[in-house]
Design a protein around this ligand. Structure first.
Ligand SMILES: Nc1nc2c(ncn2[C@@H]2O[C@H](COP(=O)(O)OP(=O)(O)O)[C@@H](O)[C@H]2O)c(=O)[nH]1
Ligand SMILES: [Mg+2]
Length: 397
């Protein structure tokens, strides 16, 4: 699971990245928090299965029954208008974006940064322009991939040496596009039976747009919402896009205060508690008062909500807890609910086995649903929150 963070300069991408990858002591020192300067581990959160079983367990990623699941976050730098033509960091930008399963587009919803990233008065730049520019930049990129080879592809199809959907899929193989996805889009746009030689520019544009939305779904992080007088603009954008109000700066401050043991804060919460027996300077006190104001305005800093929305609402992934002992809910080492896996919404018991080890999948016999104690087969579709033991004739490795 990889999420790419993108947006123009000075909207708060790096602040969002630091806030999301900073780990307060409560979450524990999870390894490889920062892999490269712009690649780090962030967490999505869900209800831990320990709640269902009403048990306590010691897992650094379970904080008061909220389970944190690591995902990779990439701060994709260098998006400028014309990136698809190689402007800015052009190709590097596209390489980073290529790897991402989805994108979080960070915008300055307060309108205090112009298109070039210069500081302007709050409300003097329309963030909808940024949304338009980023979406168009991606659409151009997809369109170019198709146009580059269109003549050659048309000829191949004319000679019947290639099928339309296969030929197009092949051109997008670097982006992990699947043939059934191309087929569905061609069908929905009524292009399945149209000869490539008869496609006009608008056909190519529409196809590129639809494919882009499918392959690189986007969530908008309406950052600097703390500076907004009201949040009407977010509501308006929300009518046809996924958007979450955020204050990355506030989240970063909270994470740092938690790390310094000044406060107790669970990411995503609308409240924090100042720890007893700590000396807080009047400056720190003032900063925390400001944070409180932001939290009461936005409900939470929005960073956790944005990550969760990206994974659970946009990508529609589910969380499944694999265990080796379905009565103790543990692995061989006796750790209770040791793991939480993100799977696609229609994943089966066999798919879960594949994420654990290919051999376990190969020798798959059956699985046990630890909540119902029932046996389930390889094709059984899993649900969010399931706790599953896989029984296999082969062990891993
Ligand atoms: N008010 C406010 N300022 C923010 C927020 N997030 C970032 N900033 C400020 O915006 C500026 C640019 O942030 P940065 O993360 O470097 O932006 P980037 O160029 O997109 O990576 C810095 O001065 C940040 O302190 C926020 O949520 N609220
Ligand atoms: Mg930056």
């Amino acid at each position: 699971m990889q999420i790419g963070l993108l947006g123009k300069a000075n909207v708060g991408k790096s602040t969002f990245f630091s806030a999301a990858t900073e780990t307060p002591v409560q979450i524990g020192d999870f390894p490889f928090t920062t892999i490269q300067p712009n690649v780090g581990i962030a967490y999505v959160s869900t209800t831990c299965a320990c709640k269902h079983f009403k048990i306590n367990h010691n897992n650094p990623l379970c904080v008061s029954g909220i389970r944190f699941i690591p995902i990779k976050l990439i701060d994709v730098a260098g998006l400028v208008p014309g990136a698809h033509e190689g402007k800015g960091l052009g190709n590097q930008f596209l390489d980073d974006a290529r790897q991402a399963d989805m994108l979080i587009h960070v915008v300055d919803i307060s309108g205090s940064t112009d298109l070039q990233g210069q500081h302007v008065n709050v409300g003097s730049h329309d963030p909808r322009e940024d949304i338009k520019f980023v979406e168009e930049e991606f659409d151009y990129w997809f369109k170019q991939i198709l146009e580059r080879e269109w003549q050659k592809l048309s000829k191949e199809i004319e000679k019947k040496s290639t099928k339309l959907a296969d030929g197009i899929t092949d051109r997008f193989s670097g982006l992990g596009v699947k043939v059934h996805e191309v087929h569905e889009i061609l069908q929905s746009l009524g292009l399945l039976t149209k000869k490539p030689t008869e496609w006009n520019d608008s056909d190519i544009t529409k196809f590129a747009q639809t494919l882009r939305k499918k392959i690189k779904p986007m969530l908008i992080a309406a950052n600097k919402a703390d500076l907004c007088k009201d949040l009407e603009i977010t509501n308006e954008i929300h009518r046809n896009r996924e958007i979450v109000n955020c204050s990355a700066e506030t989240e970063l401050l909270l994470k740092k205060a938690a790390k310094a043991n000044l406060i107790d804060y669970i990411p995503g919460n609308e409240k924090f508690v100042i720890n007893k027996n700590v000396d807080i300077s009047s400056q720190q006190k003032d900063a925390l008062n400001l944070v409180e104001n932001v939290l009461s305005k936005l409900n939470s800093t929005g960073i956790q909500t944005a990550l969760n929305s990206a994974v659970f609402r946009v990508l529609k992934l589910i969380v499944v807890f694999p265990v080796e002992d379905e009565t103790k809910l543990s692995n061989k080492e006796g750790e209770v609910l040791p793991d939480a896996k993100l799977l696609s919404e229609n994943a089966t018991a066999k798919n879960l086995a594949e994420t654990i080890h290919q051999d376990i999948a190969k020798g798959f016999l059956f699985a046990i649903d630890a909540k119902t104690k029932q046996r389930i087969g390889a094709d059984h579709q899993l649900k969010n929150g399931d706790v599953i033991k896989i029984v296999s004739s082969l062990s891993r490795g």
